[in-house]
Design a protein around this ligand. Sequence first.
Ligand code: GDP
Length: 282
Amino acid sequence: MTAPGLRPIPRKLLELTGALRRVNRACSTFQTFAEVLRLPKRQMTKLAFPLQELQRHLTPDARLDLHVKIFDPSLEDISKAESVFTATGRNRIEYLSSAVCFIGRSNVGKSSLIKALFALAPEVEVRVSKKPGHTKKMNFFKVGKYFTLVDMPGYGYRAPEDFVDMVETYLKERRNLMRTFLLVDSVVGIQKTDSIAIGMCEEFSLPYVMVLTKIDKSSKGHLLKQVLQIQKFVDSETQGCFPQLFPVSSVTYSGIHLLRCFIADITGNLKTDGFGQLELNT
Ligand code: GDP
């Protein structure tokens, strides 16, 4: 039905709006891992272990190039890790000091990723900008008694002038910094400005991890090409980078649960028993 005086909305547009609404609804339900576990096995694997799912499309030889089994928690472990990211009376999530940090080029999807990680704590305010380069200062999210996540200002386009000073000083001097998460846009791969950040991590011998953002944006073929290229780079050109890549999408939540589990693990919040039996440290 169309209101009088208004031109009818074209059917194609209505269909598209409906489809978008369905996608949005589907995506928002995957914030919790319990929802992911209800999916059919193939879809579930795709969402929880994006790298593993990509690997299926490679020839056996090329498969060896991706280190998908280095951090390979069980589904139960991933579920357990979620409680670290859930706000309760005993687990307050607020801004404060530090422990793991997220760095990346402006517009790489850093705010969106942090927002997705904290989707179970909606009271945590993470601003996602429409314009690139809005994160001008460091933000600290104290995750209960577990750890603090440090959101660094974006570099590259319109980065604050004191970025290098601020970030370098922080990265060099922070003793309790357990891991740096270096975000790379999976659509465009490693850019010149990313190489500068990589160089910085290498120079200061920081243990860091490469997170590939926006994996929902590319075709599978393009994504695979980028992933293999980046994996090759990590294997041959880096010393301090964790060998396993973490592809994520803040839109579909693919890879987010695995990343939560990895963060909980490296910050010492999961008692690991050979990656087989994990328990939350309370
Ligand atoms: P930041 O500058 O690194 O904090 O980047 P933002 O999180 O603000 O994201 C920059 C742009 O990329 C925004 O328009 C986001 O909506 C978009 N974006 C971020 N993550 C994703 C993702 O996983 N998938 C898609 N399709 N878009 C994303």
